[in-house]
Design a protein around this ligand. Structure first.
Ligand SMILES: [Cu+2]
Length: 401
């Protein structure tokens, strides 16, 4: 186990998102996405955040089960003022694909690029030929090709979706793969609002993991829905030399916007290389927290959250007391529900996996279970459509020992 020291400076960035086109971005260390942070389970990460912006910021460590004081929200720390710095220090307990992002003026700071990925590796993971992180995002531009203004009333309700699709900060890039190889793709939806029903040229791929790392057993699929904040890990390939495939989002109706088929990247398959990839039939043992039909201990209404405004407070959660929450969405649009600091299992989808963000489709319910381990303090949950979060679609609660 190691201690890893990382310096992150939030600063303005001249963002060339496609050759010859630039935007005034914001990037950790001036890059979009920010630096990839890599660690092994049990490592301690020390991050000094320095704020080189002209407005306050913080970092939220999305999906990491770390102490409340390190969660990066304004309920556990003062936001970091321009010119100041803040030290985050925590141990990473779980293997998986996580991400870090600003938690202040999110709609604008995230759109402008203040996010990055954090990958934690554990023992006994499947061996694939390569491992890459794809942070998917979009950008909303105005007629002059500049960032569209933020936060009008319509945008807050409908969410902000743009016509420029990005992979790792670049518009519809080309990705090269070697024929015959199978890669592990760690995909993060870093968009403010855009839902991504991902397809890789219609070819089958294997789902290996989700928000909280590996799932129990690999799942073959030709598409997977990734909503804002969610992650998915895929085994991709093998393909034949000369194949050209599109990484795209298929039409998905979230109750707003126009469902369309949209390209994120083009995949070109080059000359063959030998493959040592193998995906075992069992990836991990995950014990169910409770029975799929367990009675809810609490109901969370998306409608009430959406209309409740800021400062809502939900009831305390005692350490060690199993939580079964019924997430009820009586609104006319889908909402990706994100719980800070803890993993949950979705009881209503028949799978046993660790999640921190789950889509609650409109006019439906999703039942989740989670067990608050001994990390008391101020926590929160919110809709991960950032405009909804900005509108106040969130609640604070305490975990109490
Ligand atoms: Cu929402």
């Amino acid at each position: 186990m190691q201690t890893r020291a990382v310096e992150l400076e939030a600063r303005e960035a001249d963002w060339e998102y496609t050759p010859g086109r630039r935007l005034p971005g914001m990037g950790f260390n001036g890059t979009i996405p920010g630096p990839l942070i890599e660690a092994e389970v049990g490592d301690t990460i020390h991050v000094r955040l320095t704020n080189g912006l002209s407005e306050p910021t913080t970092i939220h460590w999305h999906g990491l089960r770390i102490p409340a004081a390190m969660d990066g929200t304004e309920s556990v720390q003062a936001s970091v003022e321009p010119g100041e710095s803040f030290d985050y220090e925590f141990t990473v307990p779980d293997a998986g694909t996580f991400w870090y992002h600003t938690h202040v003026n999110e709609t604008e700071q995230l759109e402008r690029g203040l996010y990055g990925a954090l990958v934690v590796r554990g023992p006994g993971e499947p061996a694939l030929d390569d491992d890459r992180v794809l942070m998917l995002d979009d950008l909303k531009l105005d007629e002059d090709g500049q960032l569209a203004p933020f936060g009008d009333h319509h945008e807050l309700h409908e969410g902000r979706e743009g016509e420029v699709r990005l992979v790792n900060g670049l518009q519809e890039p080309e990705l090269e793969l070697a024929a015959g190889q199978v890669e592990r793709w760690r995909i993060v939806n870093a968009a403010n609002t855009r839902f991504m029903r991902l397809s890789i040229g219609g070819r089958p791929f294997t789902i290996l993991g989700t928000d909280g790392g590996l799932i129990g057993a690999p799942v073959e699929a030709t598409e997977v829905l990734v909503t804002p904040g969610e992650r998915v890990e895929l085994a991709v390939g093998p393909f034949a030399e000369g194949d050209v495939l599109e990484l795209e989002a298929l039409p998905y109706d979230r109750g707003r916007g126009e469902p369309r088929r949209e390209r994120f990247a083009t995949i070109r398959v080059g000359p063959a290389k030998p493959s040592g990839a193998s995906v075992p039939g069992i990836l991990r043992q995950i014990e169910p927290l409770t029975a799929p039909d367990a009675e809810p201990t609490r109901t969370v209404s998306m409608k009430a959250l959406m209309h409740g405004g800021h400062g809502q407070r939900d009831e305390d959660v005692p350490v060690g007391e199993l939580q079964v929450w019924e997430l009820v969405n009586e609104t006319s649009q889908d909402h990706p529900f994100h719980l800070h600091g803890f993993f949950f299992q979705v009881l209503s989808d028949g799978q046993v996996a660790w999640k921190d963000t789950v889509n609650v489709p409109r006019q439906s319910q999703v039942r989740i279970a989670w067990l608050p381990d001994d990390r008391p303090g101020e926590w929160m949950y919110h809709c991960h459509i950032l405009e909804h979060h900005a509108m106040g679609m969130m609640a604070h609660f305490r975990v109490v020992s």
